[in-house]
Design a protein. Structure first.
Length: 127
C-alpha cells in the first residue's frame, strides 16, 4: 500500500515595482522549484500570478500543490526546510502558509514569519 502526502500552499510577495527594481516572476518560478518535494510519481505543481497594478504592494502570489506518492512522515523535516529556505530567499513576503496532510497520520499547517532576514516557521495546527 502506498503512502501519500498532500501539500497545498500559497505565498504572497510584496514589492514596490513602480519605485524599486525587484525580482522577476520568472526568477521566482525558478527559485521555488529548487529542492521542492517530490514523490515517486512526480512533484508539486506551481501557479504564479503577477498583479497588473505596478503601484500595488501585493506584487506576486505563488501557489503550490501536489499529491506525493511514497512520501510520509519521515519527509516532513525536508518539506518544512524547503519551504523555510524559499521564504528566506525573498526580500518581502506578506503571507506564507503551507498545509501538509500525511495520510494515515496528521495534517500540519505552518506559516512563515520573516524576522531579520530569517523565516520562522510556526505550527498553526496539527490534527
Amino acid at each position: 500500500m502506498s503512502q501519500w502526502t498532500h501539500i497545498n500552499g500559497s505565498i504572497r510577495i510584496d514589492a514596490m515595482r513602480n519605485l524599486v527594481p525587484c525580482i522577476s516572476i520568472k526568477k521566482l518560478e525558478e527559485m521555488i522549484k529548487v529542492g521542492a518535494p517530490k514523490g515517486s510519481e512526480g512533484g508539486l505543481s506551481f501557479l504564479t500570478w503577477e498583479n497588473p497594478d505596478k503601484n500595488a504592494a501585493g506584487a506576486y502570489t505563488i501557489c503550490f500543490f501536489g499529491d506525493l506518492r511514497d512520501v510520509g512522515k519521515e519527509s516532513l523535516t525536508r518539506i518544512f526546510a524547503w519551504f523555510k529556505v524559499f521564504v528566506e530567499s525573498l526580500d518581502i513576503h506578506r503571507s506564507a502558509i503551507m498545509e501538509v496532510d500525511v495520510e494515515s497520520d496528521k495534517k500540519y499547517i505552518y506559516t512563515a514569519v520573516s524576522k531579520d532576514g530569517k523565516a520562522e516557521l510556526f505550527e498553526v495546527m496539527r490534527k
